[in-house]
Write a protein that binds this ligand. Structure first.
Ligand SMILES: [Zn+2]
Ligand SMILES: [Zn+2]
Length: 241
């Protein structure tokens, strides 16, 4: 399958990732991506970016060797109401927003609490992607998540890193399968992202590719094979950028 873009990647600015933005952009160009997005963690992750990091992205070129450069964030959901650790004034300046649960920012709740956290985050008008809803430490109802995501025009992430056997997330593969089955059932869009924390893994979708093939997952529900479908997760039009 064609993976034209990778929107969930981290740079050294995240505090626990090890490549610069330029190194990641070079890798995106080398892999032949048409768009590359960086999405450093917002501030509830220790050692990560303060708000001011997200306010000067105009310094970064929009194109690098024919790759469209997109400016995003992986925002932290910090309570069971789905509040984020970064406010809408800043989110509105970015091209896209991923919202995720991380154990370092919010303790896993009951199934109901975790669902409320996701539903609350999904009601934020800037959030278009739910990052790695595949971590067994946060039990969820995959059917309900996919149904609600579809209703709200939110896209669920198939995270290449969660499928690595050494991932800290629990039962990533098993849960990704549940997520994909639910997405198929409700016609919910899925975005593949690498969640790269080191340049070499930018644009490396091998785990996603294998799983999608194994499941014979419908191509039309995957965003990454079309620049038109990329627009579904952006808060700005590409023409305006
Ligand atoms: Zn990280
Ligand atoms: Zn994450």
């Amino acid at each position: 399958m064609d993976f034209l873009f990778d929107l969930h990647t981290h740079t050294i600015a995240s505090g626990h990732a090890y490549s610069t933005l330029k190194e990641n952009m070079e890798e995106a160009a080398a892999k032949g991506l048409l768009a590359y997005g960086f999405s450093d963690h917002s501030e509830a992750v220790p050692g990560s970016c303060k708000n001011i990091y997200f306010m000067n992205f105009k310094a970064i070129p929009r194109r690098f060797k024919d790759v469209l450069i997109l400016r995003g964030v992986e925002a932290n959901i910090i309570d069971y109401k789905g509040n984020l650790d970064i406010d809408n004034g800043i989110l509105g300046r970015l091209d896209y927003v991923i919202a995720s649960l991380h154990t370092i920012c919010i303790k896993p709740g009951s199934l109901e609490e975790n669902m409320d956290a996701y539903f609350g985050a999904m009601s934020n008008r800037f959030v278009k992607i739910i990052g790695h809803p595949d971590d067994g430490r946060y039990p969820i109802d995959h059917d309900e998540l996919a149904k609600e995501a579809n209703k709200r025009g939110i896209v669920l992430e198939l995270n290449n890193s969660s499928l690595n056997p050494d991932s800290a997330r629990q039962n990533g593969r098993e849960n990704a399968i549940k997520m994909l089955e639910a997405a198929k059932k409700y016609g919910t869009n899925v975005i593949c992202n690498t969640d790269s924390h080191y340049a070499d893994s930018v644009g490396d979708f091998r785990n996603c590719d294998i799983l999608l093939r194994e499941m014979d997952f419908p191509q039309e529900l995957i965003l990454n094979n079309s620049m038109e479908k990329l627009k579904l997760v952006l808060n700005k039009s590409i023409e305006e950028m």
